[in-house]
Design a protein around this ligand. Structure first.
Ligand SMILES: C[S@@+](CC[C@H](N)C(=O)[O-])C[C@H]1O[C@@H](n2cnc3c(N)ncnc32)[C@H](O)[C@@H]1O
Length: 251
C-alpha cells in the first residue's frame, strides 16, 4: 500500500511515521510506503511561490493550481499503476470514521492533498480530487494533521502492527466504544479514599470478565453515543444477551 502526501510542510510528516506502534507499518519493508511531495518543489517561479490572492477579493491566500497540478501528477506518475484516489482534507469533507479507515486499510493507498491558507483553487478540487475528508467540525491550519491521523488509523489495522485481540476489541471495531480499563495498583489511595479495581477483573473467570466488559461497553456507548447502539442493532451486531442487558439496565 502506498500513500503520497502533497504538502507545504514535508518536515511535519516524517517524525510521526517513526514513532509508536505504527512505525512498524511505515518502516522499510513495512505494509505502508509513504512518499512525501514538497509542494514548493513544484512552484513555477524562482520565488517558489505556491499561493496568491483570491479572485473577487477577501482575506488570506489561496493555493495556486499549477504547482498542485504538477505535484499531484508527479505523485501519480511515480505510482506507475492505475491512478490512485486523491483525498483532499477540508472542513467541508465527509467526517473520517472507522468504517472509512477500514476500507482504506484494505486498498492500494491514495494521494493525500494537504491544504493550507484559505484553501485550494477550486479547479484542482473539481478535476483531480476523488474524495474530501474532514477531521471534525473545527478549523485547523492545514491538512497535515488530518493526513497523519488517517495514516495512523490505517497503519493500526495492518497485520503485525497490533496484536489481533487489541485491534479487534478497540472502539468502533464492532461498532461500539471500548469498555474502560484499569491497571495496578489493585487499590489506589486517592483524595483520602481507597479506590479499588472492579472485583470481577481479579476473578480470573475469563468468560465472566468478557461479559462484564461487553456490558460496560454497551453502557458507555448507550450513554455517550446512542447513535452507535442504533447502528449496531440495525446491523444485527447486538446479541440476545446484549438486548437483555440494555433493557434491564434501562439504557
Ligand atoms: C485554515 S484552513 C482553511 C479553512 C477554510 N478557509 C474554511 O473556512 O473552510 C487550511 C487548510 O487546513 C485544512 N483543514 C482545516 N480544518 C480541517 C478539518 N477540520 N479537516 C480537514 N482538513 C482541515 C484544509 O486542508 C484547509 O484547506
Amino acid at each position: 500500500m502506498r500513500f503520497d502526501v502533497v504538502t507545504l510542510f514535508p518536515e511535519l510528516i516524517a517524525p510521526h511515521l517513526a514513532m509508536g506502534v505504527t512505525r512498524r507499518a511505515f518502516a522499510p519493508g513495512g505494509a505502508i510506503d509513504v512518499r512525501v511531495w514538497p509542494l514548493r518543489d513544484f512552484a513555477l517561479d524562482g520565488y517558489r511561490r505556491v499561493d496568491d490572492r483570491p479572485y473577487g477579493g477577501g482575506p488570506g491566500m489561496v493555493m495556486l493550481a499549477e504547482p498542485l497540478l504538477r505535484a499531484l501528477d508527479a505523485a501519480q506518475a511515480g505510482r506507475g499503476d492505475a491512478p490512485a484516489p486523491v483525498i483532499h482534507f477540508t472542513p467541508a469533507g465527509r467526517r473520517i470514521d472507522q468504517a472509512l479507515v477500514q476500507s482504506l486499510s484494505r486498498g492500494a493507498g491514495a494521494v493525500l492533498l494537504c491544504g493550507r491558507y484559505e484553501g485550494v483553487d477550486q479547479r484542482i478540487l473539481d478535476r483531480r480530487v476523488t474524495m474530501e475528508l474532514s477531521l471534525g467540525d473545527f478549523v485547523l491550519s492545514g491538512g497535515e494533521l488530518p493526513a497523519l491521523a488517517l495514516l495512523d488509523a490505517v497503519a493500526r489495522l495492518q497485520p503485525g502492527v497490533l496484536p489481533d485481540a487489541s485491534r479487534d476489541e478497540e472502539s468502533f471495531a464492532d461498532g461500539l466504544l471500548e469498555a474502560p480499563c484499569w491497571t495496578r495498583p489493585e487499590t489506589l489511595r486517592i483524595d483520602g479514599v481507597d479506590d479499588p479495581v472492579p472485583a470481577v477483573l481479579l476473578s480470573g473467570d475469563h468468560a465472566r470478565i468478557a461479559r462484564w466488559r461487553r456490558e460496560r461497553s454497551l453502557e458507555l456507548t448507550a450513554r455517550r453515543r446512542p447513535d452507535l447502539i442504533a447502528a449496531a442493532r440495525a446491523a444485527g451486531r447486538l446479541s440476545a444477551d446484549d438486548e437483555r442487558f440494555i433493557a434491564l439496565a434501562g439504557l
